[in-house]
Design a protein around this ligand. Sequence first.
Ligand code: GDP
Ligand code: GDP
Length: 437
Amino acid sequence: MAKPIVAIVGRPNVGKSTFFNRIAGKRISIVEDKPGVTRDRIYTEAEWLNNTFTMIDTGGIEPDTQDIILSQMRRQAEIAIETADVIVFMVDGREGLTASDEDVANMLRRTKKPVLLVVNKIDTKDLPSSFYDFYQLGLGEPIPISSVNSLGLGDLLDEIIAKFPEDRDEIYEDDTIKVAVIGKPNVGKSSIINTILGEERVIVSDIAGTTRDAIDTPFTHEEDKYVFIDTAGIRRKSRIHENIEKYSVIRSFTAVDRADVCLLVIDASEGVTEQDTKIAGYAHEQGKSTIIVVNKWDVVEKDTHTMNQYIKDIKDKLSFMLYAPILFVSAKTKQRMYQILETIKFVSNQHAMRVQTGMLNDIIGEATLLNQPPSDKGKRLKIYYATQVSVRPPTFIIFINDRELTHFSYTRYLENKIREAFGFEGTPIWIQYREKG
Ligand code: GDP
Ligand code: GDP
């Protein structure tokens, strides 16, 4: 399930980082760090009453030296509006209302996203009379807290989680294929999406209801239902500062969480970047299927070896997902674009494929005859039985005598045998061992 994103916006010194640390450190446990973005110290995974969410401190962006506070605050607000599901706008209760608070409030009032106005540094139970000035911001009831004294934090967190969007995934029928289009800015994601949606036989569905749903683009093609996940930020090009790039990575992670199939778009003139490797690694770990789309193939000067060189380079850099099909397309000239939907459908079926237990055990039996399981100190790994326990991703349990005797290279060997027999193209395979006495 997708984790909602909460962004904290506010002037310097209102107490954003104090609050952030409070929440992350005490009331809430830090669940995990995602690869790649942790270094920037801009966000953390947090949990409150069984709700996991991602919290962004927009003040954590490195300030541009010539930047005046106001323009920096505007940028923070833009980032929050662009990426967050809930925005926490923090003001300073000791200093009272300032002109730049009003400026930011003007921006935040225009977003349809929920905004909570939080007045920090209210260290005692009595509200100062200046507290009431904050009503003028037109952002609803100001919520008093003291980050230093940990006052009001629980109530605030309750309000935050109450504003989370409902589970968007429930609005789609089970047979809808959920696709996340991921990749760096400017690789051609929106061009690819728009080209596919512009195709004659593709019918973009109207989705009734809330604006929040409009972040997705559902459509049908030859009776099959699809949805491009979280396309809002992709299709409507943002004019926002480059700093947004870091935040676009966070959005990609949550899009991957909700997807079945990920289209990792790579610019042919650039090849696989470090950021691609990270997001691909995340999709792999989360058990999502992936298709690698090399776009802008029209700009590459080609000879007979070019495509193979690209394939080799991609397989080197993304060696953990050799299962991913690689497509070479051009959204500009429409070259091979028809392959994208075909491959999405194919890979989605592979992701959900269930194999027969009898056939599976025949394959494993043959594999162990061909190449004996590993042994250690005279004791050999015995494989009794294998069964597929789930799909999306295909997950297998292998019953064995002793877990200590398993070895990743043998597991990979078994995985390859399973793939040879059944395919499972585009999808990771999970193999788990159970000891059986
Ligand atoms: P940021 O720039 O918005 O991240 O603000 P900081 O978290 O760095 O806090 C700025 C100053 O305000 C620090 O000296 C904090 O100790 C202080 N501060 C933060 N929260 C509170 C609070 O709830 N009450 C009081 N009295 N001071 C606070
Ligand atoms: P996004 O930021 O990943 O959504 O990328 P866009 O779809 O906005 O594309 C970025 C730029 O690349 C635009 O100027 C597009 O016109 C251009 N572009 C997209 N696809 C192709 C392609 O296949 N070939 C060429 N030559 N340019 C492309």
